[in-house]
Write a protein that binds this ligand. Structure first.
Ligand SMILES: Nc1ncnc2c1ncn2[C@@H]1O[C@H](COP(=O)(O)OP(=O)(O)OP(=O)(O)O)[C@@H](O)[C@H]1O
Ligand SMILES: [Mg+2]
Length: 227
């Protein structure tokens, strides 16, 4: 079965972007393809100049580590490691010197306002804190692209709003592309552009930054309907 067909999208400039579409429209599939976790049967996936669809196994492993950072709805932190240990993990797996990894991880925890949570294990952190640890981990190896699949799906609305703001700032400050799947129009209003998926196709996109969420919901439904 084809989960995606004719899903064409291009992002030229770094920044914060959203993907919306109803359940089953192919949003997670799209992110998995971009992350190099799934392979397309046909078509091209080019991320930061890398032709992901044609990478061999060894390069693909490297791409998954250095080419993209991934943030999940359920945070996916290692329960037995503290915040610092979780953020350091990708660097250690990549064979970087422990001292350098520790230094980077500390700087990121500081940047994400988590310096005083470094020694906490995930089960002693709030949901918002856990997700910020996961974002720090995704940024450790400085990927040009961060992919987030419903990153606030498990958070309350106040914490969610803070996280969208943070992702927007992170994209801006670090010059990375953050692509976020979301069901919430208000989340998309933090993003410069929102791509609308419908039945495995990109139905279109709209400039969404600062757009009124009810307007955004209305226009995205229209785009999906016209696809
Ligand atoms: N590994 C797979 N093999 C074949 N079909 C799949 C596979 N994974 C998902 N699908 C199908 O592809 C379609 C898109 O699924 P996907 O998980 O990408 O949707 P989604 O937009 O992320 O939905 P949701 O909002 O519920 O998370 C669905 O019809 C799904 O059943
Ligand atoms: Mg999904």
């Amino acid at each position: 079965m084809e989960a995606l067909r004719g899903a064409e999208m291009t992002i030229e400039e770094p920044g914060f972007y959203a993907v919306m579409g109803r359940s089953g429209s192919g949003k997670s599939t799209l992110l998995h393809l971009l992350a190099g976790l799934d392979r397309p049967e046909s078509g091209e996936i080019i991320v930061g100049g890398t032709a992901v669809h044609s990478l061999g196994e060894t390069d693909l492993v490297r791409y998954r580590r250095r080419g993209v950072g991934i943030v999940f709805q359920q945070f996916n932190l290692i329960p037995t490691l503290d915040a610092l240990g979780n953020v350091m993990l990708p660097g250690l797996l990549d064979g970087m010197a422990e001292r350098d990894v520790r230094e980077r991880a500390r700087a990121l925890l500081h940047e994400l306002n988590l310096a005083d949570r470094s020694a906490h294990r995930p089960d002693t952190l709030s949901g918002g804190e856990q997700q910020r640890v996961a974002i720090a981990r995704a940024l450790l190896l400085d990927p040009p692209v961060v992919l987030a699949d419903e990153p606030t799906g498990s958070l309350d609305s106040t914490t969610s709003a803070a996280l969208w703001k943070l992702l927007e700032q992170t994209a801006q400050r670090r010059g990375v592309t953050v692509l976020m799947v979301t069901h919430e129009p208000v989340a998309a209003s933090y993003c410069r552009r929102t791509f609308i998926l419908h039945d495995g196709r990109v139905a279109g996109s709209l400039e969404s930054h600062g757009l009124d969420p009810s307007q955004l919901a209305h226009r995205s439904t229209e785009l999906a309907r016209s696809a």
